[in-house]
Design a protein around this ligand. Structure first.
Ligand code: FNR
Length: 378
């Protein structure tokens, strides 16, 4: 572990430990992956101002996201099938986040259920909701998240329809995965991953199987998922969900300033500028490229968060300088999880914290809450 110094180191380690089918599921974007690449590359175009001979002692990264205290403004993004990167992945990641003092967001499409995660955590976590055609299922999910005392609902808006990732098709990724000879051999040569999976009962989508009508096993889940994302989702749906939930609400998947203006009128507590990590509309701009114009449009009306392409603490700082109140990491924590389970998630957070802290100092600031555009060259 001592030579795992960057998020990319964790990625390479995860590539060795996780079967190709599941590693590729994380490390892929839609179609040509141009938006996936842009998310990362556009951070590199923003340069930081180096400052000297200012007091850099006693620094603080503590902040708040939707009014909750965070040890640094970096949450774990909701990611589906996380329990396939490592056995019990969602439970381990939630524990790592809790110990670190940052929010964990559980996906609707997780392997471990809301109740599984609640059983191993003490503080409230956040729950991400996909709106399915089966509204009874959606209402039931909201009630389960309330019963588990989740402190925020993250409503994802950018997946009314599922885009295509070519790697998943080529690898035969489905529920259940296609157990072709190459896939079986690939799993067999990764004993750490295999023993973990054999040692857990949590290998299916436990928020759904046994809860959604007609979904009793993995085979029925596959057709259910393909049919259930609701292409008619509208702003009216946001309203009934907000009312039913009654707690803190975050709208995820806004990339356009007109949509941001509409989102700001819903009474939600925050928006997440996101293109789903480049997994939906290939050809859309990176999240960091649109952050400033969206903050200029709605920043005084609603808290603005962002995700997509963050691979270091420097990226976090750049997003905060451009007006984000909070950020999220998806793949960085998945790579940590695949590389070394809970310790790997903690390490991903530690890497980002160290980079953020050092960069803050070298830019001549002591408090993360004092950062702004004046710290950047663009
Ligand atoms: C995701 N994302 C996602 N978003 C969501 O709202 N619900 C989900 O179930 C998933 N599932 C998912 C799986 C995987 C493997 C990835 C990589 C991403 C999108 C996620 O929340 C977030 O927007 C991106 O991951 C952010 O980009 P980075 O940090 O991965 O570059």
């Amino acid at each position: 572990m001592s030579m795992l110094l960057t998020i990319d180191d964790l990625k390479q380690q995860a590539r060795r430990r996780v079967p190709k089918m599941f590693f590729d599921y994380a490390d892929s974007g839609a179609w040509t992956e141009s938006t996936y690449r842009a998310n990362e590359e556009d951070f590199g175009k923003i340069k930081l101002r180096q400052r000297v001979l200012v007091d850099m002692d006693n620094r603080s990264l503590a902040s708040t996201m939707i009014g909750e205290d965070v040890s640094m403004p970096v949450a774990l993004a909701p990611t589906g099938s996380t329990g396939m990167q490592h056995a019990d992945g969602e439970m381990l990641a939630a524990q790592a986040a809790e110990e670190f003092g940052v929010p964990f967001t559980l996906s609707t499409m997780s392997i471990c259920s809301i109740e599984d995660v609640a059983s191993v955590t003490k503080k409230p976590f956040w729950f991400q909701l996909y709106v399915m055609r089966d509204k009874d299922f959606v209402l039931n999910l909201i009630d389960r998240a309330k019963a588990a005392k989740c402190s925020a609902l993250v409503l994802t808006l950018d997946l009314q329809i599922l885009a295509q990732r070519h790697k998943d098709v080529r690898n035969g990724l489905s529920a259940p995965p296609k157990l072709t000879l190459p896939n079986l051999i690939d799993m067999a040569i990764r004993p750490g991953w295999c023993f973990g999976m054999l040692g857990t009962k949590r290998r299916t989508f436990r928020n759904i199987v046994g809860h959604a009508k007609g979904v009793g096993d993995l085979a029925s889940l596959s057709s259910w998922t393909n049919e259930q994302f609701d292409p008619r989702l509208s702003w009216d749906d946001v309203e009934w969900i907000r009312q039913r939930w009654g707690g803190k609400l975050i709208l995820k998947g806004i990339l356009d300033k007109e949509d941001a203006a509409l989102a700001a009128k819903t009474g939600a507590d925050a928006i997440i500028i996101s293109n789903h990590g480049g997994r939906q509309l290939d050809g859309a701009p990176s999240s960091i490229a649109v952050l400033e114009q969206i903050v200029d449009t709605v920043g005084d009306k609603i808290e603005v968060h962002m995700d997509g392409g963050i691979r270091s603490g420097q990226d976090v700082l750049k997003a905060l300088c451009l007006g984000a109140k909070g950020t999220y990491i998806g793949r960085p924590f998945l790579y940590g999880l695949g590389a070394a389970g809970k310790k790997g998630v903690t390490l991903a957070l530690e890497i980002i914290r160290k980079e953020l802290d050092l960069t803050l100092a070298l830019c001549g600031k002591r408090d993360i809450k004092d950062v702004g555009k004046d710290m950047l060259y663009r």
